[in-house]
Design a binder for this molecule. Structure first.
Ligand code: NAD
Length: 255
């Protein structure tokens, strides 16, 4: 298996894209630490399913992140693979954007990536092998109105990714980001009935004209597709891919 003997830490892996990445890594033999919020019983079931250790560190809290990184090193070994995936969103015009939402989005979506990466890098360098994969977004490349914090944070992730890739280039450590467009998650699916009702649209109209307006394929990206790319980036074949921002957005940023 591709990840036999590797330790992988995936932040925000109790649902959506992060969970798909954790599943793909577990299926390839990785020893996993998962992270994220949710129902305690459901998280326990997921940890069992994946043979993973769960750490509930809040990605807004640098000291909790430091403790999670130390716990991973103690219980599983220092991570060979770090996936920075935890993310949150808030939609509002900039003048009325709540400052606490701005701070939280910057903390989870950007600063946490710094805190985990700086903790993980020394052991990767010592081993001469490491992979950092950051879940950015099409919003690391283009903007949409009313998403100032998210767009700023994701552009920050893209810049941070390039910088650390250059710093680690000679050490066998690659650092990349994946930039999905609209990804099919429960969160998205659950919005459809309300939008149908509110706007008097059919399910197809909501999907194509509202949710997928920016996505030329008119298809959602799936979490499993993002996971397959994350897994590819962890292969030895991918050792020359570093500092890249790889779009998986159905053509959104080509338009
Ligand atoms: P999701 O809400 O299903 O998953 C987010 C995960 O992050 C969950 O496990 C949640 O518990 C965790 N999380 C949230 N706040 C946290 C905190 N403070 N500390 C620790 N964990 C926290 O969302 P998703 O769609 O799977 O998003 C995952 C990543 O993909 C995010 O970075 C998001 O910005 C990015 N992304 C999503 C889409 C999309 O359309 N869904 C598109 C592009 C990029």
């Amino acid at each position: 298996m591709i990840l036999d003997g590797k330790v992988a830490l995936v932040t925000g892996s109790t649902s959506g894209i992060g969970l798909a990445i954790a599943r793909a890594f577990a299926a390839e033999g990785a020893k996993l630490m998962i992270n994220g919020f949710g129902d305690a019983g459901e998280i326990e079931r997921l940890a069992d399913e994946l043979g993973a250790v769960h750490d509930g560190a809040d990605m807004t809290d640098p000291s909790a992140i430091e403790a999670m990184m130390a716990r991973c090193a103690d219980e599983l070994g220092a991570p060979d693979i770090l996936v920075n995936n935890a993310g949150i969103q808030h939609v509002s015009p900039v003048e009325s954007f709540p400052t606490e939402k701005w701070d939280a989005i910057l903390a989870v979506n950007l600063s946490a990536v710094f805190h985990t990466t700086r903790a993980a890098l020394p052991a990767m360098r010592d081993k001469g092998w490491g992979r950092v994969v950051n879940t950015a977004s099409a919003h690391s490349l283009v903007a949409s109105p009313n998403k100032s914090a998210y767009v700023a944070a994701k552009h920050g992730v893209a810049g941070f990714t390039k910088t650390v890739a250059l710093e680690a280039a000679k050490d066998g450590v690659t650092v990349n980001c994946i930039s999905p467009g609209y990804v099919w998650t429960n969160l998205v699916e659950n919005q459809i009935p309300d939008t149908m009702k509110a706007r008097g649209l059919t399910r197809e109209q909501v999907m194509n004209d509202v949710l997928l307006a920016a996505q030329p394929t008119k298809q959602f990206v799936t979490p499993e597709q993002v996971a397959a790319l994350a897994l590819f980036l962890c292969r030895d074949d991918a050792s020359s891919i570093t500092g890249a921002n790889i779009s998986m957005d159905g053509g959104w940023t080509a338009a």
